[in-house]
Design a protein around this ligand. Structure first.
Ligand code: PGA
Ligand code: MG
Length: 219
């Protein structure tokens, strides 16, 4: 059965914004405070997508091991990231043109905590496009659980079958599948190489001139 596209929900990091350079800088402030060596931008990119706690845990693991209580390191990461949230962060080329051209309700569903997600969107003049912004701490679960995406759809007043989720990672793909939401895969983000068995409904590698509403046939 074909349903009408009523809204588009986007992932944030690696999909709309190239936020890894600021996450990388904050991560290295956190590591320095823990007397650990810095990690590279590429390592940071490979650690993004499952929330800030996972990023901290993975960074600690590769620099000497993650202690059982990473709470203080997560707190340091939050502090360092909040201090420089958008200094090095940019929109992927063409994103603003696509958002400007869409005449549909839009939302963000990210694993970044809600406060930095909102602050980042404010700082980059993105908030005005989105009716709903949910983060990794908005519901009881993080992506790839279906809950955050379904919650986002509910906040928009639509069903899972009426929206398209746009993301850059396997986590986003699994989230969409778990929530029974059509998925458009942006391959210019943080997923380093094609993943075997990943069959998104739609795939695109550049934002310029993209008409996401043509993906409505996947619904
Ligand atoms: O891992 C994070 O903190 C955020 O990543 P996401 O915006 O791609 O969900
Ligand atoms: Mg992402």
């Amino acid at each position: 059965m074909m349903t009408d596209l009523k809204a588009i929900i986007f992932d944030l990091d690696g999909t709309l914004v190239h936020s890894a350079p600021d996450l990388h800088a904050a991560c290295n402030v956190m590591l320095a405070a823990a007397n650990r060596p810095p990690i590279t931008l590429e390592q940071t990119i490979s650690f993004i997508g499952n929330g800030i706690e996972k990023l901290v845990e993975r960074a600690l693991r590769v620099t000497g091991g993650a202690p059982s209580d990473i709470g203080p390191h997560v707190a340091e990461m939050h502090r360092a990231y909040a201090a420089d949230l958008t200094t090095l962060t940019t929109l992927f080329p063409g994103v603003r043109g696509v958002l400007d051209g869409l005449d549909l309700p839009m939302a963000i569903c990210t694993n970044k905590p809600e406060t930095p997600a909102r602050d980042l969107c404010d700082a980059l003049d993105l908030s005005r496009y989105f009716d709903v912004i949910t983060g990794g701490d908005t519901t009881q679960a993080k992506k790839p659980d279906a809950l955050p995406l379904l919650h986002t759809a509910t906040m928009l007043g639509i069903t899972a079958q009426e929206c398209l989720y746009v993301g850059d990672s396997v986590t986003d793909f699994k989230t969409a599948r778990n929530a029974d939401v059509a998925f458009a895969f942006y391959t210019g983000g943080y997923q380093p190489s094609p993943v075997q068995g990943l069959r998104p409904d739609e795939t695109f590698d550049a934002w310029e001139g993209l008409d996401l509403t043509r993906f409505a046939s996947s619904l």
